[in-house]
Design a protein around this ligand. Sequence first.
Ligand SMILES: Cc1ncc(COP(=O)(O)O)c(C=O)c1O
Length: 417
Amino acid sequence: MRAQTDNDAVAITNMTSSSTKLETLAVHGGTPVREKLLPYGRQSLDDDDILAVVDVLKSDWLTTGPKIAEFEGAFAEWVGARFAVSFSSGTAALHGAAFAAELGPGDEAITTPLTFCATANCVLYQDATPMFADVCDDTLNLDPQEVSRKLSPRTKAIIAVDYAGHPAALDELRQIAERAGAVLIEDACHALGAEYHGKRVGSLADMTVFSFHPVKHLTTGEGGMVTTNDARLAEALRRFRNHGISSEARQRQEAGQWFYEMVLLGFNYRLTDIGCALGISQLSRLEPNLARRREIAAQYTKAFHDWPAITVPAVRKGVIPAWHLYPIRLNLESLSGGRTEIFRALRAENIGVNVHYIPVHQHPYYRDRFNYKGGEYPVGEDAYGRLISLPMFHSMANRDVEDVIAAVSKVVEAYRK
Ligand SMILES: Cc1ncc(COP(=O)(O)O)c(C=O)c1O
């Protein structure tokens, strides 16, 4: 054990080499590992993407045109689902799924606290109640046993999240949902391209939701998608994203008709043809981009798997994650600094680390509305206090990955007890 002094600012690296090198952490005035901040995630666009968008800008249809069906068709085929319905964001897509699941007042939907708030908010948009169930300690995904404990006659849906890109325990959750007569919605906003027992996510739940935000595997600027094998759900989703109107403007124009009817209360959640053109172009590079994310994850895991101060993300048998995030957990018991100090020290090294997520029930809105006190979901809450997401995006260069590994090593070593 190393004595803790002011020299916590000093990282001792190359511990095994004879010439032990001392480095002052950037947070304490030393030279940062990088000159410029490396973000935790970012989009990558190429000339083909730009040309695809320009073509649409020169065409007759900026929105609700031919690119919608083209993108939806290509996406459905890629994930192996019968239907894909595009939305203006992942959040809108989640709202669509909650609507199509017929969530309403008095209904409950069970979901994970360790997610972006939109996963639970979509239940509230439908005036139903989100019920949280704790997560498994390895994957930080919904724990099926905890879900079973939360079932009630009011349970209408289970909303699983594929945290960081690792599919949830879909087989177990599907069985629970079927027994309970509930709809299984998979929030796969982190998991485009993830594989579960040999199949890509997209047709493994009743509805699977994706996001095309710029930090995701594929971007349309803002955008989202719901995939399903159920024609009835697909039709409900299409109407919901288009004000509840039973036909689309282009169908009417092509049929020479003006007549339309609003048959349910929907929203304007349409994705534009501009976004869809970008999505089609991005889809063509999805496989190499996923491969690059997997390569980066493997490099991180190789570097950190045997560090006592770090728990690397678990990968269950039969799963190939999509690695939207690479969240490490700090074993704070073996460190002299807390997560906040280590986070700040990494940022000072110009590594754009992040934290995913503040558990949803700990946000003021949820605390106040549902009277959460903290302590309700011990596994998720404990993980939250330890989590740090390392930069992860497919255009990261090898040098970037090396910088992250060097900075984490430098900082964690400096805080080692
Ligand atoms: C798990 C999860 N669900 C839903 C969303 C919402 O997606 P969007 O930002 O496209 O609305 C996000 C966004 O990051 C997310 O991480």
